[in-house]
Ligand binder design. Sequence first.
Ligand code: SF4
Length: 319
Amino acid sequence: MTVPPTIQALWGHSGPFNDYSRYIRKMYGKRIQKIGLDGGFSCPNRDGTLGHGGCSYCSVASFAPSYQRETPELREQIEKGISFFGSKYGTDSYLAYFQSYTSSHGQIHRLEQAYEIALGHPSILGLNLGTRPDCLEPAVVDLLDKLRSKWGKPITIEIGIESTLDRTLDRIGRGHSFADSCSAIEHLVSHSFDVNGHLILGLPGESRNELLAHAPRLNQLPLSGLKIHHLQVLKGTRLAREVSPRDFLGFSQEEYLDLLMDFIPRLRPNLVLERFINEAPVDQVITPRWGGVMNYAFGAKVVAGLEARGLYQGVWHES
Ligand code: SF4
């Protein structure tokens, strides 16, 4: 089964899913690299606002690239990111991605200072903020609105949904419900922000049918894009103490790929898919151990798997 011409026209290519890197290239006319930044923010699930322990699977150390760890100064992080990716890929344009902790949580003047530094850099074309649904109070949304107008650069907000099941959200200690994610997304979209969702596939206690049922629920939300991660049990996390690797091995690559072959066709075609796996440093992963496979390499397997089965994103989506 080939991708219908209407969907090919929507995506701008004939691949089997709505791929983020091709979407960005189409939008800007060239490769744009995301620079992950640590704005020195905290997280309400760690600083006592909601709790102290964090989400059970979270290891902040696992998502800080080396140029972040070496310097807390934002301008330097940006310059180091530019120099790293510029020499690696020859890119000259970037999106600033505040990824670590909760990047809309903190004193409003500190948030403003950090966002201004990023948006004010001439090579930064836009801002992406990773956050929780309960950290977008009116003052923050007003600030984002103001900065978007001031700099004329797009701001995309990535909401950690993680699961559409409240039972799971309770179990992993997220401190918010699925309804909170729905409200936050709808509120941001009403302010004309692009919103992407973040989902973890394989959280403890979710059956295959429950995992697949996330797709139609997410289709109902006004999301522009989706990032999917497989669950990794990382060293030093509460999850590592709660589940024994003997009992919880996680998916093998083949099992996870097989799940995605059932999951992606259920997603609506106009949802841009940014990634499929988590890429924590190998030495921090307890299970599953896939030997450091990178997202781009895994993405190629997803393409091959869908094409071999004659499937594509949206083919099982019921509108
Ligand atoms: S996953 Fe996000 S919200 Fe949860 S503890 Fe980590 S930084 Fe905080």
